[in-house]
Design a protein around this ligand. Structure first.
Ligand SMILES: Cc1cc2nc3c(=O)[nH]c(=O)nc-3n(C[C@H](O)[C@H](O)[C@H](O)COP(=O)(O)OP(=O)(O)OC[C@H]3O[C@@H](n4cnc5c(N)ncnc54)[C@H](O)[C@@H]3O)c2cc1C
Length: 496
């Protein structure tokens, strides 16, 4: 196993895409699960901190070490088995999401989770329960995890498949592969009903595999994943629609969401519309301004845009008409809309969506600051009000900003763009207020990026200190010496 200790070799592992920075003594590059178990056993005995590293595209500093050693999963990057009949794939954690998706698509199969940045490791997408545009229809990574292999902090291994270990009420019990029994009580907090990636997933009678999904490298290191696949949709309609008034764009998203929900549950209401979006993504005026240089065909008058996708089947000939009708109803510009039916064009729309996230990160790096971008979601009925309140706060403070995101899920990325330390401090204050507002609306401070190190103070506000202590107690069940992923989700002091 390769171990790197020189400053220039470990430099890349001391930050992530949020520009959060840390320090460590060494980076280990295990080749297999046994290597991981032996590093963890040793570190556990000596109480050395261990941080698992994916590909460093995280936006919360969660893979950034605060001392100790890093375990990079990059050499465990094999696709181990594809079962076309039963539609699953078994992979090591260092497989890149994009590679996996391309591989299964060649077999006419489909792996839906799509964080906008697809250059991430599959193991990390499970550790953060990543989601993206298609989450609107398909849900987050959690929904596609059939089984995990995990090494706990003391080097014991678990094989956890769905339904294997279920809590009885809040009482939980699991066995390691060597037969050790671990019993514990689950915390009793109520998670928001919105899309959510803030803190451990805990609820009554839960399947215990869900505890590890989204646990941000704090409960164990994932060494293998069995993932559910679907049939690859035959064709997709993909469209970017421009609006001159952002109210129209917001109402368009809301109506497309409503119609899609009727489509999912037809018994709720009869509707002849065939609208069944798989993603509904929004861009505000400033996002479009940010992109204009690279995309000069963005109409000059556009105040906002919505990118939507829907899968095409044989029985939806009238689909384009249904969407055009909806676009017209909300004064979208039919002539200026970008429509893509062929795959190459559709990829360009994905790139368009990726470009805005990427450019924001580039801007922040250029200014040597950290990201001040919200990841909040609120229930749909509060979303429009929440959106305008957040914007007003930033405009009153005269900060530059862009807003975009997964509006079909009432989930917004408002990125403030401070140009100096003073503006950065103001932006941080507004960020805290926005998190508080999201919680007041029964929403979440993090719908998809997780908590990591940069959002733990806001998680504390979201759930209160007693709940954070319960989360810390739960962590200590699997990691009594407090070595794994330290600083993620809650401050280290709760582990004392
Ligand atoms: C431009 C851009 C757009 C993005 N858009 C989205 C988006 O739409 N949706 C979204 O969800 N995210 C998004 N992200 C965030 C990021 O891509 C995801 O969080 C992704 O899952 C991180 O993967 P990674 O391999 O880079 O992990 P890292 O950042 O390296 O690590 C993330 C976490 O996973 C843990 N971890 C890694 N591997 C393991 C393992 N094997 N076992 C246990 N723990 C492990 C780490 O300790 C850390 O806590 C975006 C990022 C960028 C830069």
């Amino acid at each position: 196993m390769i171990i790197k200790t020189s400053a220039d070799e470990i430099q890349n592992f001391l930050s992530d895409a949020s520009n959060y920075s840390g320090f460590c003594d060494a980076v280990y590059f295990p080749e297999n699960e046994k290597d991981i178990a032996s590093i963890l056993k040793l570190c556990n005995e000596k109480k050395i901190k261990v941080t698992a590293a994916g590909n460093g595209t995280g936006l919360t500093g969660s893979r950034v070490p605060e001392g100790g050693v890093v375990i990079s999963l990059e050499r465990m990057n094999k696709i181990l088995e594809l079962n076309k009949k039963e539609k699953y794939v078994i992979v090591q954690p260092g497989v890149i999401l994009k590679d996996l998706q391309d591989f299964v698509e060649q077999q006419k199969l489909f792996y839906p989770p799509d964080p906008t940045e697809r250059n991430c490791f599959i193991g990390a997408t499970a550790a953060t329960n990543s989601s993206g545009a298609r989450t609107f229809k398909y849900g987050a990574t959690r929904n596609y995890i059939l089984a995990l292999r995990i090494v706990s902090a003391d080097g014991q291994t678990f094989e956890i498949s769905r339904e294997k270990f279920k809590a009885s009420g809040y009482e939980a019990m699991m066995t390691t592969e060597s037969g050790n029994i671990i019993s514990f009580e689950l915390p009793r907090y109520k998670m928001p009903d919105t899309k959510n990636a803030a803190g451990y997933y805990c609820k009554e009678n839960m399947d215990l595999i869900d505890l590890f999904i989204g646990s941000e490298g704090t409960l164990g290191i994932i060494t293998e994943l069995k993932l559910k696949l679907l049939d690859l949709p035959e064709d997709i309609l993909s469209c970017v629609v421009f609006f001159n008034d952002e109210n129209n764009a917001l109402d368009f998203v809301d109506e497309a969401r409503r119609l899609s929900e009727i489509f999912f549950n037809p018994e709720d209401e009869s509707s002849s519309a065939k609208i069944n979006a798989r993603g509904l993504e929004f861009f505000d005026k400033y996002s479009l301004d940010f992109l204009r240089k690279d995309y000069p065909n963005i109409p000059a008058h556009a105040e906002s845009a919505v990118w939507f996708e829907q899968e095409l089947t044989n029985d939806n000939d009238s689909l384009v008409d249904d969407w055009m009708h909806l676009i017209k109803k909300f004064n979208g510009s039919e002539e200026d809309s970008w429509i893509a039916i062929d795959r190459n064009e559709q990829e360009k729309f994905k790139d368009f969506r990726h470009a805005i996230s990427w450019k924001v990160n580039e801007f922040i790096t250029q200014h040597g600051l950290k990201k001040v971008g919200t990841d909040a979601a609120v229930p749909h009925n509060f979303f429009k009000r929440f959106y305008f309140e957040c914007k007003r706060k930033v405009e009153d403070a005269k900060l530059d900003y862009v807003v975009y995101g997964h509006f079909g899920n009432a989930h917004m990325h408002l990125n403030m763009l401070p140009k100096n330390q003073n503006e950065y401090d103001i932006a941080k204050k507004i960020y805290a207020e926005i998190c508080e507002d999201a919680v007041q609306y029964n929403g979440t401070i993090s719908a998809e990026h997780g908590v990591g190190k940069s959002k733990r103070d806001y998680l504390l506000k979201m759930y209160g200190e007693e709940t954070i202590k319960e989360m810390a107690r739960l962590k200590l069940v699997f990691d009594p010496n407090a070595i794994l992923g330290i600083g993620n989700i809650f401050d280290e002091r709760y582990l004392a």
